[in-house]
Write a protein that binds this ligand. Structure first.
Ligand code: UD1
Ligand code: BG6
Length: 694
């Protein structure tokens, strides 16, 4: 998905080379989000001049284009603002003209970068074209750039402030977005705003800031008045706001502790990973916030006020300290982020449990759910909603939730849940599982359930993300940043977090004590057992390079808890190895899939020892009778498997946790298949890490 990066320095000398480097690095750090072109806009040599660099493909190509240009890289700016973007095409194919920053006109009066989709862009485009404005790209973003110029041109004396101008424009927009605006009319100023797409601002100073929050400013009633469908007759009189009236406290965060303005740098990004190398002090914008950076000051305005005239969100935005380390988002000794993340799982599952499981007392404490446990226990049913891998983690733990809570549980794909307009009631508990916390389908499902009065719980990796903020309560899985598009460590951490949730919900049931204890003992062993599974890496590479190397298809079968393992394993193989792969419920074999089986069809069958083992043995018999030569994922010491059968032998754990171990060989297998074929493991074609559009 698209990535935004903006950079402002104030009273801090930076030459153009450094500025370009900061921008390209900011984009490169967000590459994992998935994109198809990259661009940036910086100040030229003369006032009112903007220079663009745009390239289809990778940020490395953009860097090359800059290096090959004859731009004077030694020119120094004591203050400037510049913006950059990685685009994932939604309106118009990847091309330099569709690449952001998008301009309002050939003189670059306004340039913007945009994430998300403006759903009424076609109507805006039509109205603006009728007024004589020319469009050069196919993007929805261009309608916004040109609308900005239109509103600006309509002002008497053009006295409107930059944030008021942007506010007026945003009021005309429908859809979801994060924007950064830059203009030759407002040198050294930047305006950035969000609705539905994440945005944060990093603040870097040498001296400590006087306060660690920014006031939200409520401006006068005329400020940013809507354009009213472009009524053209007297545009100026309707749109001429006075200078904004600030009725609340001024922003003070730019001052140092001694009360003096100080040199300062601001970094605007869609993702903390782009900021953390510069500063750990960040401020997350809320939906409908408009941030204005000018003269080293950061002001936050609201797009709308509620009826009582008060801002509906908290009156300040705090400047938080990020806890992620730059090392945590770099590859280290691994060739790919995905590989690194697979290998991190012995630690990431511990991080999910840290401070939450007291093994010796068999006690679970989920701080985020504590005060909501009675409501959840009283719930009529639990509805899980998620997409992709996150959906599989919910599926993997569904049976355990049903067993331990004795509450009916359904697991929904967020998009289908919305398509069906599933009935949701006040006594439902809806659980939203998401690594990024920004997946549009899941967010929309969340808002749908909030409107219907259900208790909404988040299981999220990204602190500060939309789902984390908009749910009533939840659990951060604490797996650390996941960069590879194909989710691995987030899956196992989501799984563990869901196990903890079910255990916590069942703590008052005496009859479940032995079962709960067995699961908690299993969790204690988990990190060591994952390490053991990782030792099978070379065997899996061997399978990928020989047995499965030239296959076009792969079936994975299992039942019970292992159905989710098969679906997730098949998804991994599809995602990064571009190989057709299907997860099949072994119980359904005879109702269709058996027709696919012959000596040429590669099959993996998950046959670890739980109560369904005899039934999976019968599935094994059915496929081998049809000459299949499956690879069997089974437990160490299982001597019921005939000699000569290829096996992947894993440590045994309690049935509800076995899926945590069983998925790891499939993650490794998909990884090696992708590497063998020379595919881009971390950024598979057509996929994005965080899908912020429906
Ligand atoms: C919290 C702190 C953690 C600290 C611990 C010690 C945060 C983010 N976590 O962890 O740093 O070490 O206390 O007491 O500050 N939430 C949602 N929706 C979600 C996820 C979480 O609303 O999708 C809410 C929770 O209900 C909770 C808060 O966010 O109010 C923090 O959740 P979580 O990090 O899981 O809580 P703790 O494990 O208690
Ligand atoms: C995308 C990713 O489709 O979103 C998947 O490519 C991911 O890997 C899915 O599972 C859901 O993402 P999230 O962030 O909501 O867990």
């Amino acid at each position: 998905m698209c990535g935004i990066f903006g950079y402002c320095n104030f009273l801090k000398d930076k030459d153009r080379k450094e500025i370009l480097e900061i921008l390209c690095n900011g984009l490169a750090r967000q590459e994992y989000r998935g994109y198809d072109s990259a661009g940036l806009g910086i100040d030229g040599d003369n006032p009112g001049e903007i220079v663009f660099f745009k390239e289809v493909g990778k940020v490395a190509g953009l860097r090359k284009r800059i290096a090959e240009s004859n731009i004077n890289t030694s020119k120094t700016f004591s203050s400037q603002v510049s913006i950059a973007h990685t685009r994932w095409a939604t309106h118009g194919p990847p091309s330099t003209v569709n690449c952001h920053p998008i301009r309002s006109d050939p003189s670059n009066e306004f340039i913007i970068v945009h994430n998300g989709i403006v759903t009424n862009a076609a109507a805006l485009r039509q109205v603006l074209q009728n007024r004589g404005y020319k469009f050069e790209s196919e993007t929805d973003t261009e309608a916004v750039a040109i609308l900005t110029k239109y509103v600006y041109d309509s002002q008497p004396g053009k006295r409107i402030t930059f944030p008021s101008l942007v506010k007026t424009v945003l009021k005309e927009l429908e859809g979801s977005f994060a924007f950064v605006f830059k203009s030759i009319h407002y040198p050294n100023e930047i305006v950035t705003a969000r609705r539905g797409s994440p945005l944060l601002i990093g603040v870097k100073t040498e001296k400590k800031l006087k306060v660690d929050f920014v006031d939200v400013e409520i401006s006068g009633p005329d400020d940013g008045k809507a354009v009213d469908g472009f009524v053209p007759t007297a545009p100026n009189s309707r749109l001429a706001p006075p200078a904004p009236k600030i009725s609340r406290r001024q922003s003070r965060n730019y001052m140092s502790e001694d009360g003096m303005p100080q040199p300062i740098e601001f970094f605007v990004a869609s993702d903390a990973s782009a900021i953390v190398e510069h500063t750990k002090r960040v401020l997350y914008l809320e939906d409908d916030d408009i941030a204005h950076i000018s003269d080293g000051q950061l002001h936050i305005h609201r797009l709308r006020r509620n009826e009582s005239g008060q801002a509906e969100t908290p009156a300040t935005r705090s400047i938080e300290t990020l806890e992620i380390e730059i090392a945590a988002i770099m590859k280290g000794k691994f060739d790919h982020f995905m590989q690194k993340e697979i290998y991190e799982q012995p630690e990431s599952v511990v991080n999910t449990m840290r401070g939450r499981v007291i093994f010796d007392d068999y006690r679970i404490t989920l701080g985020g759910l504590r005060s909501y446990l009675p409501i959840i226990r009283r719930g009529r049913r639990i509805v899980f909603c998620a997409c992709g891998t996150s959906y599989h983690s919910a599926l993997a733990t569904q049976a355990m939730f049903e067993e331990l809570t004795e509450i009916p549980v359904s697991v929904e794909l967020a998009s289908d849940f919305l398509d069906r307009k599933t009935p949701i009631f006040r006594d439902d508990v809806c659980v939203f599982v998401s690594q990024s916390g920004e997946t549009a389908d899941t967010i929309l499902a969340l808002r749908y359930c909030l409107e219907r009065g259900a208790l909404c719980v988040g299981i999220v990796n990204t602190v500060g993300s939309t789902i984390s903020r908009e749910t009533h309560c939840g659990i951060h899985i604490n797996a650390g940043p996941e960069v590879g598009v194909a989710s691995t460590k987030a899956y196992t951490s989501q799984y563990v977090a869901l196990v903890l949730m079910a255990l916590q919900l069942s703590e008052d049931r005496i009859s479940f004590t032995p079962r709960r204890r067995a699961i908690i003992d299993g969790l204690r062993e988990l990190p060591v057992q994952i390490k053991k599974v990782l030792e099978l890496d070379s065997t899996l590479r061997e399978f990928a390079n020989t047995l499965l190397a030239n296959q076009r298809s792969l079936l994975l079968m299992g039942r019970g808890y292992q159905h989710a393992t098969c679906l997730e394993g098949a998804l991994k193989i599809k995602e990064i190895a571009y190989m057709h792969s299907e997860g099949i419920l072994a119980g359904e074999l005879k109702h269709g899939p058996l027709a696919l089986i012959d000596e040429n069809m590669p099959v993996i069958i998950v046959m670890t020892q739980d109560s369904l083992y005899p039934k999976v043995q019968s599935a094994f018999a059915q496929i081998t009778a049809r000459k299949a030569q499956p690879i069997v994922i089974c437990n160490e010491g299982d001597d019921g498997i005939k000699k000569g059968v290829k096996t992947i032998r894993l440590p045994k754990t309690v049935d509800v946790l076995q899926g945590l171990l069983n998925i790891i060989p499939l993650q490794l297998l998909s990884y090696h298949l992708a590497v063998k074929n020379g595919f881009d493991v971390d950024c598979p074609r057509n996929l994005a890490k965080s899908v912020t559009t429906e």
